[in-house]
Design a binder for this molecule. Sequence first.
Ligand code: GLA
Length: 444
Amino acid sequence: MTHSLETALQQIYGSGAAAQMPRYQQARQAFTDHFGDAGELLIFRAPGRVNLIGEHTDYNHGFVLPAALDKDVLLFVRPRADDQINLVNLENEFALVSFTLSEAIPSAPVGDWSNYARGAAQTVTQQLGQRPPGFDGLVVSAAPQGIPRGAGLSSSSALTVVVAVALAHLADWQPLPVQLAHLCSDAEWYVGTRGGIMDQFAALLGRRDHALFLDCRPDAQGNYTYEAIPLPTTHRLLVVDSGVHHRNVRGEFNQRVAACRAGVGLLRRDFPGITHLRDVQDVAWEILEPLLPETITATALQEQGIDLGEIPGLDAQAGLRVRACCRHVWTENDRVRLAMDALRLGETKELGRLMNEAHTSARDDYRISCPELEVLIESANQVEGVAGARLTGAGWGGCIIALVDKGAVEAFQTHVQERYKQATGREASIFPCQAGPGAGLVGR
Ligand code: GLA
């Protein structure tokens, strides 16, 4: 490993840099075993993220407060002279994939890991208006230094982002990080989830030891407002992985998206011109609530002239819980603004209170929790020194995040692990949120 790579790892991982060396060395070796050792290698990375607060607000153009993790996906790349991409993954369960760059790349079967890379490649090619150079690539994603998969920490967005960053580099294109985040978010629509911009934004704009506030509504010029805010120093943010990894949640996720869009369609009668729930954020909830039915189907909306747009897999006969879903989004946006102030002022008690409220709203109004997450939340709140805890990410499994007084970290770990094992028979894995920098070229 070169001296400059050592320095780069220091800048990215801080005190964790030495522990990363073997991972990088092993990956380099695996790359040459697979593709030979002729030609220069470029190394890119993109981090996972954890969301402090602001769940399911991004696709409603609302507010989010994520932090990029020091857990990341690496992509070792050697440019090719043609427009072919060959990708292998250090994790054996993933097969080698090859595809040709174009503005319409055929997708692999649903659930295939390469679809994230295909989506990124297609979207970058469309954006450039020409094919970027192809490459041979090795993906390194295994936890614990990689991002646990299916845990709601955005491992798939990190893969999309790292491929887009590599292709932009090879094409000598230098988009603004926010522009690239937007592009990567569009790229994920290739896979079929109608998510927002938060994950890609955090992966690209992350900063060491900081959370990132983002207003997901672009201005007329397409610019976004965002701000890096230092993480608390008196408390630690601990991430607890339930080990319940969400599968097949796309249908549930898209149904929530539909409920929000239904809300917009209905509210447009009284608030003409609105396009997202965020546009009524400054209207009191008491005014909005009576305008929204508790449930309504897409078919009934259609009859009233309200079209929800394309939403993959949506059951037109399923009752959309419009009122409760919109209430979650409206109140959550409010909480993010308050949480940002609390974080800035070091008011951890208030931040914890907001996290607890956010959890209740996610569980009861948006209905994205599950029994295992409830065990984790309950046991977390039993520990003295815990300011607050909430599920984080899309939901239906994955992780919780807890704000824990530094002096209570050990007690937290022991208690939560014990209780979780007792109640579910599963192991919870706990790690601190070490916020790291955003995606980019690590070295050669
Ligand atoms: C997923 C999506 C994000 C966001 C979260 C929920 O991670 O990819 O865009 O909607 O769920 O906050």
